[in-house]
Design a protein around this ligand. Structure first.
Ligand SMILES: Cc1cc2nc3c(=O)[nH]c(=O)nc-3n(C[C@H](O)[C@H](O)[C@H](O)COP(=O)(O)OP(=O)(O)OC[C@H]3O[C@@H](n4cnc5c(N)ncnc54)[C@H](O)[C@@H]3O)c2cc1C
Length: 331
């Protein structure tokens, strides 16, 4: 049997607004280590170009041997064509067998672009990863979460976007010493055809990122626009707040909170849906949650078909009792 992972496994090192590694990156590094030699792709931007010592130490703790520090000059790395061209160059220079990214809107577009540029097989929204025989194989649910598939990549390079929460992040016994390799890449005019005219940073929230949160509390039409009880519960559990499309279309909460086929895909350990019917378009974005709790006053609501725990009742009566009991248990 030959292993398909002859070259390094390159992991895109996404950062949060403060410049620190986003938690799902540690999950990617854990998955990467099971495949082979782990290298990181650090896309330097104008504000925070260098991985600081704390970040390098953390990367070493997770078994990263080399960090390729990409410098695309004056090109805007916020643009996916720019990031994709940079990553394509890194993949080619490092001889990587696998490129791993966190599955987010932006990264899925980058993955597709790298795939086209390198003729690589691409799997996005993967929920698992491994080697079977001489192929990289990614698990993925399709058709709004109703089918589980395993997708074998048939090209020498596999580009995989892994959903947050798919792997339990765990460092190896022995840390590594990380070497940083500067990589200057000239981005062509094709990637610069769009200019970011303006950008506004989202107001910072103390809640975790929706796509990566271990606990997600979700409101639908049944909330009638009142998300206060959901926010209270989410804060008690250290979770994020999400919504159905009805709730975001009504303007009750921002569109970035929408979960589903045309929103964010989540795979939390715990999903709590209140006043959510469980329509197929919504299920597509949350069905792979480990535990699903549904609160709905209609016992026939479709969400009960996929719920691990169901509460038939008025969310405005159930949620205050839930938070009160949690507070009591927490002391
Ligand atoms: C192409 C396309 C893409 C779409 N993409 C998405 C997507 O990405 N995400 C998404 O969410 N939707 C999406 N939708 C919309 C989707 O089909 C559903 O319309 C939507 O998910 C329903 O939202 P909801 O559950 O909030 O509302 P409803 O289906 O109206 O359900 C509300 C639920 O609340 C319950 N309820 C009411 N009052 C209470 C109360 N006081 N206490 C407890 N329960 C109560 C009701 O019994 C009901 O089950 C898409 C639709 C299309 C056509």
């Amino acid at each position: 049997m030959t292993t398909p992972v002859t070259g390094p496994v390159l992991v895109l090192l996404d950062r949060d607004a403060d410049g620190g590694l986003r938690p799902p990156v540690l999950e990617l590094l854990t998955a990467a280590r099971a495949l082979g030699v782990v290298q990181g792709a650090w896309i330097a931007d104008t504000n925070r170009s260098d991985p600081d010592e704390r970040t390098l130490a953390l990367l070493g703790t997770y078994g990263v041997e080399t960090v390729h520090q990409l410098d695309v000059g004056d090109a805007d790395v916020r643009l996916t064509p720019v990031a994709a061209q940079g990553l394509t160059a890194l993949v080619q220079r490092s001889g990587a067998s696998v490129l791993l990214l966190t599955s987010s809107f932006k990264n899925k577009e980058i993955a597709a672009r790298v795939g086209v540029a390198t003729s690589a097989g691409v799997v996005v929204d993967a929920s698992g990863l491994g080697v079977e025989g001489d192929r990289i194989v990614a698990a993925k649910t399709v058709f709004a979460g109703t089918w589980n598939t395993r997708c074998a990549v048939r090209t020498p390079l596999a580009v995989i976007a892994l959903k947050p929460g798919s792997v339990q992040a765990a460092p190896p016994a022995e840390p590594t010493t990380v070497s940083v390799v500067p990589q200057a890449v000239t981005v062509d005019v094709g990637a610069r055809r769009v200019r970011v005219a303006e950008h506004t940073e989202r107001a910072t929230s103390t809640r975790p990122d929706l796509g990566a949160a271990a606990v997600v509390v979700v409101g639908g039409r049944g909330t009638n626009g009142d998300f206060a009880l959901l926010e209270e519960l989410a804060d008690l559990l250290g979770g994020a707040v999400g919504a159905t499309r009805v709730a975001t279309d009504e303007g009750w909460i921002g569109h970035d909170a929408q979960i589903g086929q045309t929103g964010v895909t989540v795979a939390p350990k715990l999903y709590i849906g209140a006043g959510v019917s469980g329509a197929v378009h919504h299920r597509g974005g949350m069905q792979s949650a480990s535990t699903i709790v549904a609160i709905n006053n209609d016992p026939e609501a479709p969400i009960f078909e996929i719920a691990d725990f169901g509460i038939v009742g008025d969310l405005f009566a159930v949620l205050p009792q839930t938070t009160a009991e949690l507070r009591r248990l927490k002391g």
